[in-house]
Write a protein that binds this ligand. Structure first.
Ligand code: GLN
Length: 399
């Protein structure tokens, strides 16, 4: 095959036109290339709790190597139902209303394919997580946007109504949000409820960072506010909770008929999530509550370390309320694009970040970089040192 043919596939679905590998993943490759500290992709390379790893290993040894039901192991769904009641205030029937998926991304992808039609409008809040956007595009949906403004990213009834189009069928809420760290409060979720009931919207609520929240904040699941449960799919994940991003385990929670449709798509695309790993996380749910509470305090310390370094380096960090990313305004560094800034910080500073343009349509993201603090303390400290020492304007540089 000649070089140009390699670049342009002979066959390509039109719905992929204009889509490319996300900058989140691309920066990890670039980071490996130069041997940088990777504060780009939310890899979360903290240790997996031994009880989780041990139960998965034991399941392999015990030859639990066959398929599970499409909706997942019953023991895991029981554990999830218990957790939902205890930590979220969500009542879900483990038999019919919970589907174990391949990560929260798998829950999102199966949901949009199961519950929406090509051409339906799906509203995402900007700054957005690119996978919500691009997964929706691949499902044939029409992405629509509602831009929230830092530092509080407040959602108002007026802006929500203004963003809706006649064909809007679904609203994506990500709380705590990737990349902004925004956590929606009760008043904002009541606004969502009012508008959703009036406009008959499906709510897809991505709560994968639910345990990572700061300054004493509580996580509020949208399904528990304003009668939203019958129209909500709660998308949750285990990657961040047990530091197992590579295991690809998550789940969707929804009223029975919607959950069954999601399970059907899950079966058609994936058959089921990996069985021995389901055993591993089932054991994880038995960890004491202090484990889950500890996530918040550990990450808050890491957040503060990173924000201090970013401030010392002349950026303005938008201090997150939750999740494990910081968006930092790098205007003072004087770059003309966020990709240019990210690449320069990578090449000369040996720290990977994600260009803000990955989270915005227009130019707003060009003055932002996203940094992840889900790192062991030593790597984070080294990354922070490098950020502090980074000189954005070396002598003789023209940009
Ligand atoms: N959610 C993580 C992030 O935003 C990782 C996602 C990914 O690798 N696509 O960095």
């Amino acid at each position: 095959m000649t070089a140009p043919e390699c670049r342009t596939p002979r066959f390509l679905a039109e719905r992929l036109y204009g889509l490319a590998l996300s900058d989140i993943r691309r920066m990890s490759r670039e980071s490996d290339r130069v041997g940088a500290i990777n504060l780009g992709q939310g890899i979360c390379d903290l240790p997996t709790p031994p009880v989780v790893a041990g139960a998965a290993k034991a399941a392999i040894e015990a030859n639990h190597s066959t398929y599970t039901y499409p909706e997942g192991n019953r023991a895991l769904r029981d554990a999830i139902a218990g957790k939902l009641l205890r930590d979220n205030g969500i009542h879900a029937n483990p038999e019919t209303e919970i589907v174990v998926t391949l990560g929260a991304t798998g829950a999102f992808a199966t949901t949009v394919n199961a519950l929406l039609n090509p051409g339906d409008g799906i509203l995402v809040m900007e700054p957005y997580y690119g996978y919500h956007l691009n997964c929706s595009i691949v499902a044939g949906l029409e992405p629509q946007f509602l831009t929230l403004t830092p530092p509080r990213f407040t959602l108002t009834e007026e802006t929500l109504r203004a963003a809706l189009q006649p064909n809007t069928r679904a609203l994506v809420i990500c709380t705590p949000s990737n990349p902004s760290g925004k956590m929606f409060d009760r008043a904002e979720l009541e606004v969502v409820a009012r508008v959703a009931h009036e406009r008959d919207l499906l709510i897809i609520s991505d709560e994968i960072y639910e345990y990572i929240r700061f300054d004493g904040r509580s996580h509020i699941s949208p399904a528990t506010v304003g009668g939203l449960a019958p129209r909500t799919v709660s998308v949750m994940g285990l990657s961040k909770t047990f530091s197992i991003t590579g295991w690809r385990l998550g789940y969707a929670v929804a009223p029975e008929p919607m959950a069954q449709a999601i399970a059907l798509v899950n079966d058609l695309y994936y058959i089921c999530a990996p069985n021995p790993l389901q055993y591993g996380v089932t054991a994880g749910f038995a960890l004491p509550e202090s484990y889950f509470a500890g996530l918040a305090s550990d990450y808050q310390r890491k957040r503060d370390t990173l924000c201090d370094a970013l401030q010392a380096a002349g950026t303005v960090p938008i201090v997150p309320q939750g999740a494990y990313y910081v968006l930092a305004d790098i205007s003072a560094w004087g770059f003309t694009s966020s990709t240019g800034a990210a690449m320069d910080l990578l090449e000369r500073g040996r720290v990977a970040s994600v260009p803000g343009s990955a989270f915005y349509r227009g130019t707003t993201g060009e003055s932002l970089l996203r940094f992840c603090f889900a790192k062991d303390d030593e790597s984070l400290a080294e990354g922070c040192d490098r950020i502090r020492r980074f000189d954005p304007r070396p002598r003789g540089t023209i940009r």
